[in-house]
Design a protein around this ligand. Structure first.
Ligand code: 5GP
Length: 246
């Protein structure tokens, strides 16, 4: 890895400059953090699993016409992506009440919502990623009106598709977090693309029958079995975890 130029190191990933112009490499680490970095640990093999789950999800979304930053997986832990300007928002989708929503409103986790919710947090660790309403986002010019419309439409499409994908392997997609970026096309136009990752690190997945948690909540809540849960999600998606790195 040492020959690559490091651009940024985050909690779960490192970004390097890609070999082609306007590309980056996402390197997936085993490090896990929760509660804004207060809880730290590792989940053995998580980086490999999340790299491969993200590859599968981004590829399938590409096949239904969703523009993403993903180009190709390079190795067990690395994927090549288009360089984008990340919009500093966490786009959160909820199908079933859990996590902060359950706590905030005192509603039992697992209560299914009558319709999905899309909400936003400002991506700012120092402020603790505060929830930000749509009118604030527009007034602060974090996105344009057109971008906001596209984010809402694209996110709804992604939710419909992914709920079906996971339901097909016996998993309920409770909620998840997306990030979008602005990509400068070769035609000089700027496009909104799905960026970052999609993995059990940034979604909640419950087994439909047992309602067992199969995601990062196992780590956040000290439930144990996080390695096995991540492996099981990969296995159900048909992903091989055989190492390809020599
Ligand atoms: P909650 O609001 O309950 O903390 O999170 C809702 C969903 O968004 C969960 O699936 C959670 O994993 C994801 N999420 C929210 N904030 C973050 C974040 O800062 N990082 C990651 N990886 N996921 C997040």
């Amino acid at each position: 890895m040492s020959d690559k130029e490091k651009l940024y190191e985050g909690k779960a990933k490192i970004l390097y400059k890609g070999s082609r112009p306007n590309t980056i490499i996402q390197y997936f680490k085993d490090d896990a953090t929760a509660f804004n970095n207060v809880k730290k640990g590792t989940i053995a093999g998580k980086g490999i699993i999340n790299n491969k789950i993200t590859e599968l999800v981004m590829t399938r979304l590409g096949q239904i016409g969703i523009a993403t930053h993903f180009i190709e997986r390079l190795s067990d832990r690395e994927q090549l992506c288009h360089a984008v300007q990340i919009i500093p928002l966490e786009v959160i989708v909820r199908n079933t009440v859990a996590g902060t929503m359950a706590k905030k409103f005192g509603i039992e986790e697992g209560t299914r919502l009558s319709r999905p919710i899309i909400e936003f947090s400002l991506k700012d660790d120092a402020l603790g990623d505060p929830i930000i309403p749509e009118n604030h986002i527009l007034a602060l010019e974090i996105t344009t009106d057109e971008e906001m419309i596209e984010i809402l439409e694209t996110t709804a499409k992604i939710n419909d598709f992914l709920r079906g994908l996971f339901a097909g392997i016996g998993l309920e997609l409770i909620d998840f977090k997306l990030e979008y970026g602005r990509f400068n096309g070769e035609d000089g136009e700027q496009y909104l693309v799905l960026a970052d990752e999609f993995s059990p690190d940034n979604c909640r997945l419950w087994d439909f029958e047992t309602r067992e948690k199969m995601d990062k909540d196992r780590f956040r809540r000290d439930l144990g079995g996080e390695v096995e849960a991540y492996q099981e999600v990969a296995r159900r998606l048909g992903i091989s975890l055989e190492t390809e790195d020599k």
